[in-house]
Design a protein around this ligand. Structure first.
Ligand SMILES: Nc1ncnc2c1ncn2[C@@H]1O[C@H](COP(=O)(O)OP(=O)(O)OP(=O)(O)O)[C@@H](O)[C@H]1O
Ligand SMILES: Nc1ncnc2c1ncn2[C@@H]1O[C@H](COP(=O)(O)OP(=O)(O)OP(=O)(O)O)[C@@H](O)[C@H]1O
Ligand SMILES: [Mg+2]
Ligand SMILES: [Mg+2]
Lengths: 250, 250
């Protein structure tokens, strides 16, 4: 199963979700791969071991799919591997458009090389550029983190419009299943509760699990540890465990 | 004076700074223009009046600089005008590369049409794509918001490398002045204090003013009001007023 973690809006918890959901799935026994598609390479920095960084990264694997396995390394989270990104990936969109007849399928083709994983999580950059479109096409399920601020919700409409364009253009046969994940939720803040209620009324497909605001999650990010290594009994750890269990039932 | 508000990292407070610093500068009597360069068009949504949205947006003005003034509208914040963005701006990078001999100067040329403003603030999308490069080239000063999480700091190094490449390539004659702005600061969190102290030790150029975490800023964003309209005595309002005063002294 391939999950794209995507929202145009920046800073809504895409990388935090990719890393901690990945770690939670591995804890439940699923062999998990996280693919970093962001030129910021936050997931790569977060999960890299002391070992030397691979010379080959996702930038190379997208241009030549035979290189996908060389971009993969073990990570600091048990049972989780990471496909490394680098700043170079920012230039891949132009290279693909110039050199490939089907630039939108580069990731789907590269991922065929990554066998043996039960779960693959794609950490997308903010925005809806070619790399994010590649992720929309490669994925079985789209997870859209939204913090309770309304602007993150505006990103959802743009994703849905983009998916419709891909289906109309026959680039994908049908829309992948899109599920919203409320992150940085604080039940004391009225806007947070209003956005969550609004999602239910509008009939958006949402995970039942909600990720509450928890500074332990930000601290774990800063210390480059999964929430399970840093603070296994925190609300952050409980919330991502619950999310992993809900995901496996679907 | 033209200020680019820029950081690859998403969700660090770029739009919140563009809107509230713009409103604070206008309160001090400076005629201010905010230029929205983000396909999410958050600043546009935040500041639009009931009036009909312009048919011409920044996407058109970048492709034909004579259209710049038609993209500008009054905003809901007194003394602040807004140059509207739209989703279409996501496609402008490809169009410029295909049609213009100097795609990196499109914004600098368009802004020549926007006369009569003492302060122009450029709200950039996350990432370092062509639109952000255009902003780096057009600006006199770069304001880099960083939340206290370490990853936002990694974005700074990539901006500095990009500026060096622009100077080496003789695209700009000298580096614009880059100043860091600490946002979402919470003096109770040790990581926040550590990052602020680290910036001082490393000799980064930082504003003395710090923007503290303040839910009123997020609520004002959700209600599409400047912090001065929503909660004029909040720490958010005080912090952006102090920043505006510090900026005018430089
Ligand atoms: N539930 C949470 N509680 C508290 N802080 C959180 C939570 N989730 C994420 N954060 C913090 O919010 C910030 C943004 O998170 P993150 O970087 O994962 O978002 P992103 O969507 O991947 O950002 P980008 O758009 O730059 O890729 C980080 O500093 C992170 O530590
Ligand atoms: N000082 C602050 N205190 C509390 N919340 C804040 C503060 N500054 C920004 N926010 C909130 O953090 C979120 C991110 O802010 P904002 O959208 O301005 O960042 P951005 O860098 O423009 O994001 P993007 O990368 O998507 O353009 C918003 O929900 C905003 O309301
Ligand atoms: Mg991220
Ligand atoms: Mg923004």
């Amino acid at each position: 199963m391939i999950y794209a973690i995507l929202n145009m809006k920046g800073g809504v918890g895409k990388t935090t979700t990719a890393v901690n959901l990945g770690a939670a799935l591995a804890k439940l026994g699923d062999k998990t791969l996280i693919v970093d598609l962001d030129p910021q390479a936050n997931a790569t920095a977060w999960l890299s071991t002391e070992e030397e960084a691979p010379a080959i990264t996702m930038a190379d694997a997208l241009l030549d799919r035979k290189k996908m396995t060389s971009a993969i390394r073990k990570s600091t989270a048990k049972g989780v591997d990471i496909a490394h990104s680098s700043r170079k990936i920012a230039g891949v969109a132009d290279d693909l458009r110039a050199s490939s007849p089907t630039p939108a399928y580069a990731l789907r083709n590269a991922l065929k090389q990554a066998s043996g994983y039960e779960r693959i999580l794609l950490d997308c950059p903010p925005g809806l550029g070619l790399l994010s479109i590649n992720a929309l096409i490669a994925a079985d399920v789209i997870i859209v983190p939204i913090d309770s601020q309304t602007m993150a919700l505006a990103g959802v409409a743009q994703i849905q419009e983009t998916i419709e364009e891909l289906v109309d253009g026959e680039i994908i046969s049908g829309p992948p299943k899109t599920t919203l994940l409320v992150t940085m939720f604080d039940s004391r803040i009225s806007l947070d509760r209003a956005v969550r209620d609004h999602l239910k009324e509008e009939g958006f497909n949402c995970f039942k699990s909600v990720i509450r605001t928890n500074t332990k999650l930000a601290e774990a990010f800063g210390l480059r540890q999964s929430i399970f290594q840093y603070s296994p009994t925190s609300t952050g750890a409980n919330d991502y465990s619950a999310l992993a269990k809900e995901l496996r039932k679907k």
